[in-house]
Ligand binder design. Structure first.
Ligand SMILES: Cc1cc2nc3c(=O)[nH]c(=O)nc-3n(C[C@H](O)[C@H](O)[C@H](O)COP(=O)(O)OP(=O)(O)OC[C@H]3O[C@@H](n4cnc5c(N)ncnc54)[C@H](O)[C@@H]3O)c2cc1C
Length: 472
């Protein structure tokens, strides 16, 4: 936990807002105290007992009444704190936020000891006074409040931020300090539509393309420490990002890992050695990691056919190698998908999701001639049957267990060509939605809903999405 603290009027809320704006959760201790006044009946009872019934109202506490009382009388302030602080402390420990904006730190030495770092926002008296007056406090109020707060006593881990200048100057200083807590390879505000074949999606707050296990470990540690959500991205050929983007870190697996290499390059390399077995997956535009996660397949071949083992990294940094059987491959699924992301594709540091890094293959010896013939045939088939001239994410729905494919069911509902905005059911292949230009995730989802409803109504079949919809 990092505390942002400072005397009244020093501008700690401004610093907290800047940190928040950069994508980090900051708990406001003051706001939390007010939440507790509202919810904690025992706390309310004690306050009423010590400060009278007028101290309470329907929003929890009568702030003006309490402020008038305690800022005139240090004893009353101490009494209020002795009632509130223990409850506040235990709640903060429970929530364990990455940052906390806490005015009370100087009165609470045990709390400061728990902080990994303490940012003390400092401003001279005049600057503080002017800020408080600008907030609408009377001169008397300002003086009283400034009197009740004495300089901070912090034992260790402190970092002083001077805030006598403009907001822009304060922002520059905060970003510099914050930057030391952000791993080097992380980029900010990266447009996700550039990283997926659908060409849809807003900005990722953070984005990284790690090329080594060490870098991945650093990113996982960072996400855990700062409670940053993360999403693992391969080639982006089976994802629909939100129009709002992604409020966390997108980790695109680099090509140094086998998982980050394109399926195409691995098929080609194997073919060059007279090895095949998954050459009919040629034309699937993803990475090995994405293909393993989804157990990608086509023309009766699937990646699992040639998998010997897969190595992934767990959140705690443990490398796990699983045999093919242990990967629990099934139709468009694997243990990696089942472990959580299919239900909640965004990891918020609480699930057991793993990142696929390496794989060993058991290819079959096949002559290069046959491999190349197979590859050519499937590529020609794709060109004829799939709307490759438009951005898309492949099959939108899984084929149901019924005798008809998802595409045939959608086609039978007369939905080919049906559109919402620039998202359209392909005229060529009914299980593809194409982006005719400016389609949004909202358009695609509305069209998906329409398809699901129609297929349910006309065929009594519940279609299940194959694409991964990544929430903001
Ligand atoms: C034109 C077109 C044709 C297609 N044809 C087929 C087809 O014939 N058969 C088929 O099965 N699919 C097909 N697809 C869908 C898609 O290409 C595959 O599902 C592919 O395997 C996804 O790989 P990716 O690297 O793009 O994964 P992404 O789209 O980046 O990610 C998909 C999912 O995998 C997860 N993931 C990716 N990499 C990792 C990793 N290293 N560790 C853990 N999780 C990871 C992501 O978090 C996400 O949940 C097609 C897509 C297009 C656009």
């Amino acid at each position: 936990m990092i505390a942002i603290t400072g005397l009244i009027g020093s501008g700690k809320s401004l610093v907290a807002d800047i940190v928040r704006g950069e994508g980090f959760e900051v708990l406001d201790a003051d706001a939390l105290a007010h939440e507790l006044y509202k919810e904690d009946a025992e706390l309310r009872r004690k306050i009423a007992e010590n400060f009278g019934k007028e101290a309470l109202n329907e929003s929890g506490i009568n702030r003006k009444y309490i402020a008038d009382l305690v800022f005139c009388d240090e004893q009353k302030l101490k009494l209020l704190e002795s009632i509130v602080h223990p409850v506040l402390q235990s709640e903060i420990e429970k929530r364990n936020p990455p940052f906390i904006e806490a005015a009370v730190l100087h009165k609470w030495p045990e709390f400061s000891k728990k902080m990994q770092e303490i940012w003390i926002v400092e401003a001279d008296e005049d600057a503080r006074r002017q800020r408080l007056l600008r907030k609408g406090l009377t001169e008397g109020d300002v003086e009283r409040r400034m009197q009740t707060q004495k300089p901070l006593r912090v034992e260790s881990g402190e970092r002083r931020l001077e805030n006598n200048g403009t907001e822009a100057e304060c922002r520059d200083e905060v970003l510099q300090v914050l930057g030391r807590h952000i791993p080097k390879g992380i980029k900010r505000n990266v447009l996700l539509k550039k990283y997926c074949t659908f060409k849809i999606g807003g900005f990722a707050k953070f984005f990284a393309e790690p090329e080594s296990v060490e870098e991945i470990l650093e990113l996982l540690d960072w996400c855990r420490k700062f409670k940053i959500a993360y999403f693992i991205l391969g080639g982006g050929s089976n994802v629909l990002f939100s129009d709002k983007g992604f409020d966390g870190l997108v980790i695109k697996i680099g090509k140094n890992f086998i998982a980050g290499k394109s399926l195409h390059s691995v098929i080609q390399e194997a073919a060059a050695h007279g090895l095949g077995g998954i050459e009919k997956l040629q034309g699937i535009p993803g990475t090995i990691g994405g293909a393993i996660y989804m157990n990608a397949g086509a023309h009766s071949q699937q990646i699992s056919d040639c998998i010997k083992n897969v190595t992934s990294i767990a959140q705690n940094g443990e490398l796990i190698t699983r045999t093919k059987e242990q990967c629990e491959f099934s139709y468009r699924s694997s243990i990696f998908k089942k472990s959580g992301q299919s239900l909640n594709p965004v990891n918020r540091g609480s699930d057991n999701d793993e990142i696929i890094l390496f794989a060993e293959f058991d290819f079959i010896p096949v002559s290069e001639e046959i491999i190349n013939k197979n590859r050519k045939e499937v590529l020609a088939w794709r060109k004829e049957k799939q709307p490759l001239q438009y951005p898309n994410a492949g099959s939108i729905f899984k084929n149901p267990a019924s005798h008809l494919s998802a595409g045939a069911l959608i086609d039978a509902c007369g939905l080919k060509g049906s559109a919402v905005g620039d998202a359209q059911v392909s005229e060529l292949h009914a299980n593809f939605i194409v982006n005719r230009g400016e389609a949004t995730a909202k358009d695609v989802k509305a069209l998906m809903k329409k398809i699901i409803d129609e297929v349910q109504k006309n065929h009594d079949v519940a279609l299940e999405p194959e694409i991964i919809c990544v929430p903001f």
